[in-house]
Design a protein around this ligand. Structure first.
Ligand code: NAD
Ligand code: MG
Length: 406
């Protein structure tokens, strides 16, 4: 493993930090806003964005005193404009408006848009050298090498918000990078952790949406049930920490108290613990390298057990697929991410069953390899072209996979 390419240079602190929230109306966005509201004098909100909930976005923008608000869907522009009338807050819509929000001069940007749709705006923030608090993992899976390279070249600071990666980031500060033996990401195991394969195959949408420990947006909740989330996180860790695939281990830890660990050469294992509340890693990124009040505290006396077990790649084939694409490299992770986004959306729309998610991803990977689509993306446009092709392959394969008895 080489040096951590996170360029950990603390932002120059003036009396207040200007912040932009990409994906302000979501789960991570709301947790971030909760922390900002508790220290209003420390933060000034520059821009906020949402997919299409213009009314909720306008209310947030007004309450936070933002200067700019953007919705991704152009059809929602009129509603946003009307809801912001008289506020002095600029309204915009469309993909370019999300990039404009990211380009506005905020010191710190929360990247919490779901999916590869986050790539362009997050990259825009990184390319102007901002501190990017990276919640979105799909953009690293879609175009990780490119993203990290461009962020480093621009002198951006990338702070991991994902709880496991934030834990690893904190644990890494206990030693030097050269002395790291392995990185351990913990996984709750999701709602189907102890279910037999047969039962997982019959799992309903409602069962998959019931995460035992974390309250999150729908896409990542389904990814947690399939354990694709952990697969994406292995790829995320590979890019964030410049770690080889074999240096990244996953351990199922149902209590979600130990979020990540780093094992050093001398046998020491340094871990970060905390309640399963995203406000803890977000607070770490908001104040970094200082600390602010986060969320609830851990009550050790109420903890009876902390357990760890090996993940099961047979019941959770998404983990195997993620390991495979990391080995294949080139455009394979981009295809995996794109196909998974299509598969999860189809599962949420009840067009495929739960086991069809991994099946569709695998079939799309095979079809992409057969068509020579797996070339290494050299530019963002290449990554987006692979992403686009993979999505249409996945859509084409969907009826055939949906009809399959698995
Ligand atoms: P969410 O669905 O609750 O919110 C997503 C936000 O992005 C919303 O503001 C939504 O309006 C916006 N959005 C969605 N699709 C968009 C699009 N195509 N264009 C523009 N905006 C769009 O999701 P979340 O749970 O907050 O997760 C956000 C990201 O953070 C994901 O990448 C997820 O993997 C990551 N993450 C979330 C958690 C968590 O606890 N929720 C933990 C770790 C990582
Ligand atoms: Mg995580």
């Amino acid at each position: 493993m080489s040096a951590v390419p996170l360029n950990p240079t603390p932002p120059a602190r003036t009396s207040e930090l200007s912040v932009t929230l990409l994906g302000a109306t979501g789960s991570i966005g709301s947790s971030t806003i909760d922390l900002i509201r508790r220290s209003r004098d420390r933060y000034r909100v520059e821009a906020v964005t949402a997919a299409r909930n213009a009314t909720a976005l306008a209310a947030l923008a007004r309450d936070l005193g933002a200067r700019f608000a953007a919705v991704a869907d152009p059809a929602c522009y009129d509603e946003l404009k009307a809801a912001l009338a008289g506020s002095g807050i600029a309204a915009a819509a469309g993909e370019e408006a999300l990039v404009e929000a990211a380009e506005r001069p905020a010191d710190w940007v929360m990247a919490a848009i779901t999916g590869a749709a986050s790539l362009k705006p997050t990259l825009a923030a990184a390319e102007r050298g901002a501190v990017v608090a990276l919640a979105n993992k799909e953009c690293l899976v879609c175009a990780g090498s490119l993203f990290m390279r461009r962020a480093a070249a621009a002198g951006a600071t990338v702070l991991p918000v994902d709880s496991e990666h934030n834990a690893v980031f904190q644990s890494l500060s206990a030693g030097t990078r050269a002395d790291v033996k392995r990185i351990i990401l913990t996984a709750s195991g999701g709602p189907f952790r102890s279910w037999p394969l047969e039962a997982i195959r019959q799992a309903t949408l409602e069962q998959a949406l019931k995460h035992p420990n974390w309250s999150m947006g729908p896409k990542i909740t389904i990814d947690s049930a399939s354990m694709m989330n952990k697969g994406l996180e292995i790829i995320e860790a590979h890019h964030l920490f410049d770690a080889a695939p074999e240096e990244i281990d996953v351990l199922v830890h149902p209590q979600s108290i130990v979020h990540g660990m780093v094992e050093f050469r001398d046998g020491s294992v340094v871990a970060q613990l905390g309640p399963p509340d995203m406000r803890v890693p977000i607070a770490h990124c908001l104040a970094w390298p200082a600390r602010i009040a986060g969320a609830n505290r851990l009550t050790f006396a109420q903890m009876t057990t902390l357990t760890f077990e090996e993940p099961d790649e047979v019941r959770f084939p998404a983990l195997r697929l993620a390991r495979e694409v990391l080995r294949t490299g080139q455009g394979a992770p981009t295809v995996l991410n794109a196909a998974n986004e299509i598969a999860v959306a189809a599962f949420i729309d009840r067009r495929i069953g739960f086991p069809h998610i991994a099946a569709l991803v695998e079939a799309t990977l095979e079809a992409s390899a057969a068509r020579g689509v797996l070339r290494e993306p050299e530019a963002i446009a290449d990554a987006l072209a692979v992403d686009h092709t993979a999505r249409s392959l996945a859509r084409d394969l969907l009826p055939e996979i949906a009809a399959k008895a698995i």
